[in-house]
Design a protein around this ligand. Structure first.
Ligand code: SF4
Ligand code: SF4
Length: 449
């Protein structure tokens, strides 16, 4: 079988998919939810409810704060208790709507029946409006509003929709489980997106370490018979699920520095986003649930889980349901070990894009940094063709012009460089800060134009 992959860099960490056999379990409702107004890329959402209001699950509680923004819905039925800043998982204060949970009564018009609906609406504007009104955002990490991404600007045409089922980050298994357990809905979601994009072809990319998912999705694609849709087996290689890496693997095209996937005719969506699109368009169900993995190498096998959660659920509640955080956990991460964010605050709550609570042990402790031995491994590993050590050096001397010339803004923060470094140089930490500086300069320059 021809296995596709990207052309430069990459690494092969152990995949550690310990929870792959854990079926999706529905978490019970917590006593309270705290729904963040900042669950997507772009402007914060603006609350449209007031303290004391009664709300139902699936009801709009906040509207988009700009063109790049998204609607937010109540994940439960209950009473709005407060609208106030609260710390997110990194410890930053973000506006949240606190709701006392009083039940699970859903807003009128939301179809919660399990029947598969395969007839796709004809009207493109209707589909895009449903996706927008249901608050669907990209669930592969970026949380970019989906209705915007599915509506390319004039002059740009989508030739290929790539559905990302790589799940290349170690430990994470929620995408794998939905590929097995929600297969047909994901395939219908992909067909809906093909239609919105003008009938382009669709390639569903899945890494070779998930043969059951490849088999299930291939069978569904054949059975449902949507035209122009196929499944591709991807090599197990990190970061295979990176947007630019997937486009390289599937279409053999390179997105230029500063460019977008649509510039080369590609639109990339995650499989969980496809499921959310299905639920929005075919069931009128807003994005208030997602699937996450509770895992880590310090979590005993019987306490590994894949959970269906409501947005706004406190992480501490989820940990409690899973039997608690193991005592030997050294670090907690939301997302994968390579690109995830450290959890500094377990009282933070889930957002649309939450994908895991990862409990890591001693192996995550930092080694003392030693001198660079100029081995070049960091450059060999970089999937964006950058020179990580040189970028770190430029950041050290504050040369932002040279950092921009050397494309620090193209860094996808995958961590391959730091993972490969035998001297334990904190490359990513430095490059991330350098990138933030340069992006700020680019944004300010563009705003003046
Ligand atoms: S973190 Fe950035 S510089 Fe390092 S390997 Fe990834 S893309 Fe390259
Ligand atoms: S991998 Fe580490 S030791 Fe090797 S060149 Fe890069 S920074 Fe230096």
């Amino acid at each position: 079988m021809n296995k596709l992959t990207f052309s430069i860099g990459g690494i092969h960490p152990s995949d550690s998919k310990i929870s792959r056999g854990c079926k999706i379990e529905t978490l019970p409702l917590p006593p309270k939810v705290y729904v963040s107004m900042f669950q997507h890329l772009g402007a914060q959402a603006k609350p449209v409810v007031a303290v004391g209001d009664k709300v139902k699950a699936g009801q709009i509680i906040a509207e988009p704060g700009g063109f790049i923004s998204a609607y937010v819905h109540s994940p439960v039925s209950g009473t709005v208790k407060s609208i106030a800043p609260r710390k997110d998982l990194a410890g930053f204060a973000v506006m949240h709507i606190e709701i006392d949970v009083e039940g699970d009564e859903w807003a009128e018009g939301v179809d919660l029946s399990p029947e598969l609906v395969t007839n796709i609406p004809e009207d493109r504007d209707f589909i895009l409006d449903r996706i927008k009104m249901c608050g669907v955002v990209g669930l592969g990490g970026a949380t970019f509003p989906t209705h915007v991404k599915l509506n390319p600007p004039p002059g740009k045409t989508a030739e290929c929709l790539i559905l990302n089922g790589a799940e290349c980050e170690p430990f994470l298994t929620s995408d794998f489980r939905i590929l097995l357990e929600r297969t047909d809905e994901i395939v219908v979601g992909a067909a809906i997106m093909q239609k919105v994009l003008g009938g382009c072809r669709c390639v569903i990319g899945i890494e070779e370490n998930k043969p059951e998912a490849i088999e299930a999705v291939s069978a569904s694609v054949a059975r449902l018979g949507f035209p122009g849709m196929s499944v591709a087996t991807l090599k197990k290689r990190y970061p295979q699920g990176g947007e630019k890496q997937l486009i390289d693997a599937v279409m053999h095209r390179q997105v230029k520095s500063g460019g977008l996937p649509i510039d080369v005719g590609a639109v990339v969506q995650n499989v969980a986003t496809s499921l959310a699109v299905y639920e929005a368009v075919q069931k009128n169900k807003p994005l208030v649930t997602n699937t996450m993995t509770f895992t880590g190498n310090v979590v005993p096998p019987e306490r590994q889980h894949n959970y269906l959660f409501r947005i706004g659920t406190p992480l501490s509640f989820i940990a409690e349901q899973a039997g608690g955080i193991p005592e030997n956990a050294v670090k907690l991460v939301s997302g994968g070990p390579m690109m995830g964010k450290a959890i500094a605050n377990l009282e933070a709550t889930t957002v649309k894009g939450s994908s895991s609570i990862l409990c890591l042990g001693d192996e995550t402790r930092r080694h003392p940094e030693t001198a660079c031995i100029r081995c070049g491994r960091c450059a060999d590993a970089c999937p964006m063709g950058l020179e990580p050590f040189f970028l770190k050096k430029l950041y050290g001397v504050g040369d932002t012009d040279a950092l921009e010339r050397n494309a620090v803004q193209d860094c996808i923060e995958c961590g391959c460089c730091q993972y490969s470094c035998p001297a334990y140089v904190p490359l990513l930490d430095n490059i991330r800060m350098a990138k933030a500086q340069v992006m700020g300069i680019i944004r300010a320059r563009n705003a003046k134009k």
